[in-house]
Design a protein around this ligand. Structure first.
Ligand SMILES: [Zn+2]
Ligand SMILES: [Zn+2]
Length: 274
């Protein structure tokens, strides 16, 4: 849902000059500029699943990166994703911009079309799949439970300084819990059962949501079992635009038993390790 001051879903993982953007919801290019990385400074992108809120900003990043590069030789942006409908989406990402692209090539001397450099991996719920190594960051994925939208994956970033796991969109599920063991930071999506009930959502609809998304109290219980030092909630539903709404997420996570460092994320928040 649109919320003032919040871009669409996304997280930037940086380590020693490597910059990996996970998903790109609306306004991600702008947030990157505000953060100081800028689209030209990205090493690669990683996509979790084919839902529009996570995809809408990819075209903006690619075309802005290419346009800013001008007529110089252009290094295409590597994009990693699980095999599935995202591949077809990425292959046709720029088709609707063809007149713009061709005019820049013909008139302004831009190099050839800025096709995304697509890297596909096989996702599995049974065991982690290596995605790649970027500088001294190694990245693995695991398929998670996002209802009927499959595949959806989580990513684990391992560096000499620590480990970050980003859940993507998922219900609380055992393979993600196994995958997140030993992490220093867990970035997890969540919905607030209390706020949904207060909004009058019927129990059957709420039950249905628990198959796609993560109940904040269950995230808290999982984080407590994992003893992860830092938990960051992101992709919250409903979007917490008031202090009271943020506090209800805190209360639900704490009711699950988690007592560690907890952030209810706002845009441009930073969780540092090492
Ligand atoms: Zn989704
Ligand atoms: Zn989403």
């Amino acid at each position: 849902m649109l919320a003032p001051g919040r871009a669409g879903p996304g997280a930037l993982v940086k380590h020693n000059g490597t910059a990996l953007q996970v998903d790109a919801g609306r306004a991600t290019a702008l947030r990157l500029a505000e953060e100081g990385t800028n689209v030209g400074g990205l090493t690669a992108m990683l996509i979790t699943h084919h839902h529009s809120d996570h995809l809408l900003g990819i075209t903006d990043i690619i075309i802005t990166r290419w346009a800013a590069n001008g007529p110089r030789p252009y290094a295409t942006l590597p994009i990693h994703c699980p095999r599935g409908p995202i591949v077809d989406y990425l292959e046709h990402l720029l088709d609707h911009l063809e007149p713009d692209i061709q005019s820049r090539i013909a008139v302004s001397g831009y190099p050839s079309r800025p096709e995304p450099d697509i890297h596909v991996f096989e996702s599995s719920t049974a065991k982690p799949t290596p995605v790649g190594t970027f500088g001294d960051l190694s990245v693995d994925s695991i398929a998670v439970d996002h209802g009927d939208l499959s595949p959806a994956v989580a990513y684990r970033f391992t560096s000499p300084d620590g480990v970050i796991v980003i859940s993507g969109d998922t219900a609380v599920c055992p393979q993600l819990e196994e995958f997140a063991k030993g992490a220093d930071v867990l970035v997890h999506e969540a919905f607030s059962r209390g706020q949904m009930e207060a909004l009058g959502m019927p129990p059957s609809r709420l039950e249905n949501i628990t198959h796609h998304h993560a109940d904040a109290s269950a995230v808290g219980a999982m984080a407590a079992r994992l003893e992860v030092p830092t938990l960051v909630l992101t992709h919250m539903v409903p979007s917490p635009t008031t202090a009271a709404a943020k506090q209800s997420f805190v209360d639900e996570v704490r009711s699950g038993g988690y007592q560690g460092d907890l952030t209810i994320a706002e845009d441009l928040n930073v969780a540092a390790i090492g």
